[in-house]
Ligand binder design. Structure first.
Ligand SMILES: O=C(O)C1=C[C@@H](OP(=O)(O)O)[C@@H](O)[C@H](O)C1
Ligand SMILES: C=C(OP(=O)(O)O)C(=O)O
Length: 445
């Protein structure tokens, strides 16, 4: 689907969608339990994939994922109580890396084989370190093509143990081992052979596990950042207090709304974002990044409200080691800001739905921005007056689509974004939300 976005001013109040990361974990944790309700889940393509996996392992999900819609404010899960059944069929993880990695961990617990696959993007993403770790733990875990990518075949059962894994490809491997490790007989101890990238996502896992009554800890640090590894005792039971877990708002999604306000809030107007309560999400760093670039931004943490006004932006340096999903947003902000925005420590951002470093460099160039790409640094040489509407390719990647839509708000004329439908992965109402804020958005053919 082509979406046409014309330079326009925005203003008013928007609500952050629920967090994708917490929703995946909460659904799977509810699957590991004997039953729990996930309140205010994100209803999206990726979270449906995790719910389908819970069903494949013998859980039940009400309403079923195919029937989730905008009115779905809670999902009741009857879990498989730590003992996943062997699925009747292949598990289709769609476009979702989180589903694939976390569910590979679940598959390892089964007393039989599980096959996982997904779309072309998913089948190009790295799974090798997780397969190797499971193999070291005595599980047969293979890529059918022998290239470390899905389709994957996993034969459990896993009883636990000690394992070493690199941390610089995906933190989701650690999350998978911790979530599954809690219901093994012996527990799992993971030691990191490299620095951990995307560390706040492991903090999200630890926070959610604690809310489900499961103990897991970093080794050698208070948080995932700087930890030498992680340990989760076995034989634990997943059970959230009161049988219910409520998902907080999503700061990766909030980043597009913050950026829209920073580049295009009407004079005398502001974008107000509700649902922005503090949690373990590293992507809350977008507030600080926008502030450093010169945006007028305030975050009332207690009320969970962010208010952004437009002001002149200038380039900054940002390390995205902890916050890979912010790269597209920061690159879009950088295109509008004056001067250079250097986004460093971003090699792992190349392993997402697409190579997001190359994608943002190339697509922003189409809009008139100059960029310089190095293996782990993206520099955007920004200047709002250079931006002109053009046809850009969203690369079948939700975050590229949304970041380009933000840049389009500040580009002269109209920008056509190919593949607008991919926002369904994490923020299905993105274009409605932008239109409600006053952006000129035409979702034509
Ligand atoms: O665990 C998670 O929920 C996620 C972890 C991050 O991936 P990596 O750990 O692979 O960097 C992030 O990019 C992804 O969108 C969601
Ligand atoms: C990379 C992402 O998700 P996943 O790894 O689950 O595909 C994302 O949402 O940006």
């Amino acid at each position: 689907m082509d979406v046409h976005v014309t330079r326009s001013a925005v203003g008013g109040t928007a609500r952050a969608p629920p967090s994708k990361s917490y929703t995946h974990r909460a659904l799977l944790a509810a699957g590991y339990s004997d039953g729990a309700t996930v309140a205010s889940p994100l209803v999206s393509a990726d979270t449906r994939a995790t719910a389908r996996a819970v069903i494949a392992f013998g859980g039940s999900v009400d309403p079923v994922p195919a029937e989730w819609d905008a009115e779905t404010d809670a999902v009741d899960v009857e879990g498989f109580d730590g003992r996943p059944a062997v699925p009747d069929d292949v598990i289709d993880c769609g476009n979702s890396g989180t589903t694939t990695r976390l569910v590979t961990g679940t598959a390892a617990l089964g007393d039989g084989g599980t096959v996982l696959t997904g779309d072309a993007s998913l089948r190009s993403r790295p799974q090798g370190p997780l397969l190797d770790a499971l193999t070291d733990l005595g599980v047969r875990a293979e890529s059918t093509r022998g290239n470390g990518q899905a389709p994957l075949v996993v034969f459990g059962p896993l009883s636990g143990g000690e394992v070493a894994i690199p941390g610089d490809v995906s933190s989701q491997y650690v999350t998978a081992l911790l979530m599954a490790g809690a219901v093994t007989d012996d527990g799992v101890e993971v030691s990191l052979t490299t620095e951990l990238k995307s560390a706040p996502y492991v903090d999200i896992t630890l926070e959610l596990l604690a809310d489900f009554g499961v103990t897991a800890d970093p080794v050698g640090s208070e948080t995932a950042d700087g930890a030498a590894g992680f340990v989760v005792p076995g034989g634990q039971t997943y059970a959230p207090e009161g049988g219910r877990y409520a998902v907080p708002g999503d700061f990766s999604s909030i980043s597009y709304l913050v950026a829209a306000g920073a580049v295009a809030a009407a004079p005398d107007g502001a974008v107000r974002i509700e649902g922005a309560r503090p949690s373990a999400q590293g992507d809350a760093a977008i507030v600080d990044v926008a502030d450093r670039m010169g945006a007028s931004i305030e975050w009332d943490r207690e009320a969970g409200v962010i208010t952004v006004e437009r002001s002149a932006l200038s380039g900054v340096e940002v390390d995205v080691g902890d916050t890979p999903d912010l790269l597209p947003t920061i690159a879009a902000l950088g295109a509008v800001a004056d001067g250079d925005t250097r986004i460093t420590n971003c090699e792992h951002v190349r392993y997402k739905e697409t190579d997001r470093v190359a994608a943002m460099a190339e697509e922003l160039e189409r809009l008139g921005a100059a960029t310089t790409e190095e293996p782990d640094v993206l520099t955007v040489h920004g200047s709002e007056s250079d931006l002109r509407g053009a046809t850009v390719d969203g690369r079948a990647d939700h975050r590229i689509v949304m970041a380009l839509a933000v840049a389009a708000l500040a580009a002269e004329g109209t920008t056509t974004i190919r593949g607008g439908e991919h926002v369904d992965v994490s923020f299905p109402t993105f274009f409605e939300t932008m239109a409600d804020l006053g952006a000129t958005v035409d979702r034509g053919a």
